[in-house]
Every structure is written in C-alpha cells, then in structure tokens.
Design a protein around this ligand. Structure first.
Ligand SMILES: C[S@@+](CC[C@H](N)C(=O)[O-])C[C@H]1O[C@@H](n2cnc3c(N)ncnc32)[C@H](O)[C@@H]1O
Length: 332
C-alpha cells in the first residue's frame, strides 16, 4: 500500500544560483518592445492547420499524438491547470529567473499557462507553441503569441529565452533527449527550464486484481509500443546533464485525487483534480489501447467506467505523483 500525501523535495538551489522571488521577476521595460516580432520562430501560426481526425468519437490533431484535441480535452486541460495553481499556492512556476525578457511554453495546449505568464510578466514576450491550434484561446494579452510548431522538429528561434516551460507533455515526444538539446540551445546562458508532469494513478487502498492495475498495465505497455512512454523517464537527472542543464530543483508531490486530504490546499486541489482525472482516463487511453493493445472502443470505455468506480469508492483515496524539475543552462 502506498503512503498518501507527502511532499518530497530535493532542492538543489543555493545562494550561488541567482534564485529570486517571483516578485523580483517583474521588470519594468517597454512592453511594446517586449511584444515585438523580432525573436519569434521563423514558423508562425499558419493556414497549414491540419484537419482534426475523428476516432472513436474523439478528435485528434494528427495520427501520432495520443491525446485528443477536442472540447472535452480543452476543459480537462483547463481544470488541470487550476490543479497546478492550487498545488503551487497560486504560483505558476517553481523555477525562478530574474527579469525575464523571453519565455517559451512548449506544447502550450489551451495557453492557460502562457496567458498567466504574460500577465505575471507584462514586460516579457511569451511564445506558446503546439502542434495544434484547436486548443488555443480566442483572446490573449498582447505580449503572448501562439505558434504552430512541432517541438520535435528543429527549433528556429533567432533569439534565446530566459525561461522555457514544458508541462504535462509526458507521452508527447519519442525523443526527449533531442528536445532537451534544443531547450539548451535556445536558452540564454543561465536561463531556466521547468518540466512538470504527473504519473500514473494510484489507489491508497487498491482492491486485489483491480481494474486500475489492468488498465494501467495496458496503458504503459501501449505507450511503450507507441515509443512515447507514459513514464517519468524524461525527468531523469542524466537527461538534463547530457544536454548541459544543471538541476536546481527536483520536487515531487503526492496529489490526492478527490477531497480526502486533511491539508486544506490539497483538499481543494484534489477536488478539482478528481474531475480532470475521471475525464483523463479516456483521454489517455482511447487511442493507445485501441491501436496498440487491440481493445475495442467499448472495452476501453467500459474499463474506464470500472476504474472510475474504484476511484470514487469509499476509502480508495486515489493520488498521483506530480514531479517538477527545474534546471539551469550552465554558463560555459
Ligand atoms: C496534455 S497537453 C498539455 C498542455 C499544456 N502544456 C498544459 O499543461 O495544459 C499536451 C500538449 O502538447 C501538444 N503536443 C503534443 N506533441 C507535441 C509536439 N511534438 N510539439 C509541440 N506540442 C505538442 C499537444 O497538442 C497538447 O496541446
């Protein structure tokens, strides 16, 4: 049985790292200059938006990425964003840099984080990239722009970033090493990257032969076959070291799913997270299990319902691990 609700932190930041408070990050310079076009990618939001693919009643943006890109997914992502906010005590990030001028949000999804970053740092230019525009918001502050861009392709920015943010991208890339190499290449010396993700669902009191264990086993196996494993392998220290990125913070939370924690902040986060987690079962599994495990659409939906019942059972106390890594580009 797993121990619920604990925060583990290996905080490697020291006085030597120029770690500042969030408030120190807001600098005063010309916002128009900050929102200028000069440093954007040579790719831009263009008309080459692929048509969404309808598969088993969900829309996907391409043939590869495992998650849907429809309204239900948009809602799930916005709820997940709120969960992170509660978890971080209303902060948008753990990573701290001084006076950011340029921030990149890779795989921005709904753009909720990019918009919050734009509001938090009004003098910075924020770019959110994604392989689909369907999840993007209708409106955004003037210092944020969205670009259609596959992070696994060569990045074409001609100005480096102070901060690069990658959240909830587990399962998005088959070659994280290549992505981190690009992160390092496009960070300023001393610039910071933050990667945050959640792990597989756990039940504190899991029934024997649970549907969750069948579901999770199949999902992991399918994601391995798809070459986009739903693991924390991309958070390993060596991955960052290899790219020349030095880890300054390594923090993980056990986030309760549902309002069962005694800690008021986690109780609220858990309430919100439950909605996203119930919805997330299908979002994570439908394409992977039908395509790589040979399950039918009905089998997937039926198993999701059974796992949902296990999650809301009295005393089940579900939780997920949320992992953050903050790393800094070494100055050579
Ligand atoms: C689970 S969502 C997370 C979105 C956002 N980061 C958040 O925290 O809400 C993953 C996002 O990554 C995008 N994505 C998947 N593969 C990508 C790629 N190769 N390059 C850029 N974005 C990608 C998806 O379209 C989706 O919007």
């Amino acid at each position: 049985m797993s121990a619920p609700i604990e925060v583990r932190e290996e905080d490697l930041a020291s006085e030597d790292h120029d770690v500042s408070t969030q408030d120190e990050l807001v600098r005063s310079s010309d916002p128009e200059a900050a929102s200028g076009e000069s440093g954007r990618s040579t790719r831009s939001l263009k008309s080459e938006v692929a048509e969404a693919i309808l598969e088993h009643g969900r829309y996907y943006c391409d043939e590869f990425y495992l998650m849907p890109c429809d309204e239900a997914e948009q809602t799930r992502l916005s709820i997940t964003y709120q969960t992170y906010l509660f978890l971080l005590g209303k902060q948008i990030t753990l990573g701290q840099v001084r006076n950011p001028e340029r921030i990149l949000d890779v795989g921005t999804g709904t753009g909720d984080w990019a918009i919050a970053a734009a509001e938090r740092f009004p003098n910075a230019e924020i770019i959110g990239t994604d392989i689909t525009t369907t999840l993007h918001p209708q409106a955004a502050p003037p210092n944020v722009s969205f670009e259609l861009d596959d992070a696994q392709d060569e990045w074409t920015y001609n100005e480096p970033f102070d901060f690069i943010h990658l959240r909830e991208l587990r399962g998005a890339f088959s070659d994280w090493e290549a992505v981190y190499a690009q992160v390092a290449k496009h960070l300023k010396a001393g610039g910071v990257v933050e990667v945050a993700d959640h792990g597989m669902l756990n039940l504190t009191n899991e029934p024997e032969n649970s549907y969750l264990s069948i579901f999770s086993g199949a999902l992991l196996s399918a994601s391995e076959k798809a070459k986009t494993p739903l693991t924390f392998d991309h958070m390993k220290k060596e991955m960052f070291q290899k790219a020349g990125l030095s880890i300054t913070k390594n923090k993980s939370f056990d986030l309760p799913i549902g309002p069962w924690s005694d800690d008021p902040r986690k109780k609220t986060a858990g309430k919100i997270a439950l909605v996203a987690a119930l919805e997330g079962l299908e979002a994570y599994s439908l394409r992977l299990l039908t395509r790589y495990q040979g399950w039918t659409e009905e089998e997937v939906r039926d198993t999701c319902e059974k796992v949902q019942a296990e999650m809301v059972a009295p005393d089940a106390k579900p939780f997920v691990k949320i992992q953050f890594i903050v790393a800094r580009k070494m100055a050579f």
